[in-house]
Write a protein that binds this ligand. Structure first.
Ligand code: CAA
Length: 286
């Protein structure tokens, strides 16, 4: 399969991950089209990106001119049709297979035949998502980590039918975004989540087993194991619902008990304690 030179990048879904990916793309100088389902959600994402770029200016990591130029690279839309000229579209919508299959099917009818379609899924199978289109060779995983602008890694995931060209083009984009891309195959959890999800579930179980508070568990893992942030702070950042969903998806595929979400965190999800985004998780946020 021949792939285009990547100049124009589409990002579908401008939530925490999509907005972060769009920020990376405009900072790297790509013309970027961000698609959200409403103008309000699109504007909120742009405001968030503008805020983080302003913080970089304040800290002299970027000039005001560079900030303006980056923001000028971002256009927003609610119409998928506006992604027609994109060379690469990165999907960052809800972690729901049916929603992704519908989106990829629609995108296939909109973008050029040589455009690459990437998914930022963290727990679904890229191969299953690719099965929703008639040209699965152009589908790859580009799995970013939260917060996307800060975390250096991006996993470039080869699905069963991904072409070498699509994988290498996605890898090249990862490098141009200033990331440290790695190549891996489409196995449940890829690399990091295959290790991190059961580890975080163990941490949550230890809360009850050792009768330790979230604060003390976080201190234990930062001060005793050198983690940059404690497990409770991290799950609050990622989102309790996102963590539960990823755990369930991995458990469904691997049937390993450590993958299953502990009842304590499922109860938190059911109660609407979703972490930072809902204002309350293991901790409270203003
Ligand atoms: N987007 C863009 N910029 C952001 C941001 C965001 N979401 N969050 C913070 N920033 C910017 C801010 O401008 C901030 O500076 P100010 O507070 O002065 O405005 C700047 O980044 C630095 O932030 P911090 O001072 O908080 O940075 P730090 O040195 O404390 O590091 C961290 C923060 C990189 C997140 C670090 O704590 C860390 O590495 N934590 C671990 C995170 C992790 O493990 N993530 C993986 C989660 S798992 C996952 O994502 C997989 C999945 O599929 C669910």
């Amino acid at each position: 399969m021949s792939v285009p030179e990547i100049r124009r990048v589409g990002v579908v879904g401008l939530g925490a991950m999509g907005a972060g990916i769009a920020q990376l793309a405009i900072e790297a100088g790509f013309e970027t089209v961000g698609r959200e389902v409403s103008d309000e959600l699109g504007s909120a994402a742009r405001d968030k990106i503008a805020h983080f770029l302003q913080r970089k200016v304040d800290k002299e990591r970027m000039t005001s001119t560079e900030r303006e130029s980056a923001l000028g690279q971002l256009s927003l839309t609610t119409e998928l049709a506006d992604l027609a000229d994109c060379d690469l579209v990165i999907e960052a919508i809800v972690e729901d297979l049916d929603a992704k299959l519908e989106l990829f099917g629609a995108l296939e009818g909109i973008v050029r035949p040589d455009a690459i379609l990437a998914t930022n899924t963290s727990a679904l199978s890229v191969t299953e998502i690719a099965a929703g289109v008639s040209t699965p060779e152009r589908v790859v995983g580009m799995h970013f980590f939260n917060p996307a602008p800060l975390m250096p890694l991006v996993e470039i995931v080869r699905a069963e039918l991904s072409s070498d060209e699509a994988v290498e083009a996605a890898f090249g984009v990862g490098e141009r975004l200033g990331k440290r891309p790695i190549r891996c195959h489409d196995t449940p959890g890829f690399v990091v989540n295959r290790v991190l999800i059961p580890l975080l579930n163990d941490c949550i179980r230890v809360l009850d087993e050792a009768r330790v508070s979230p604060e003390d568990l976080d201190t234990a893992m930062t001060a005793g194991a050198g983690w940059p942030m404690g497990p409770c702070t991290l799950v609050d950042l990622v989102g309790i619902d996102v963590h539960v969903h990823a755990s369930e998806a991995l458990y469904e595929k691997l049937r390993e008990p450590r993958m299953a979400p502990p009842p304590r965190i499922v109860a938190m999800k059911n109660a609407g304690l979703l972490g930072r985004k809902s204002g309350r998780g293991f901790y409270s946020y203003d």
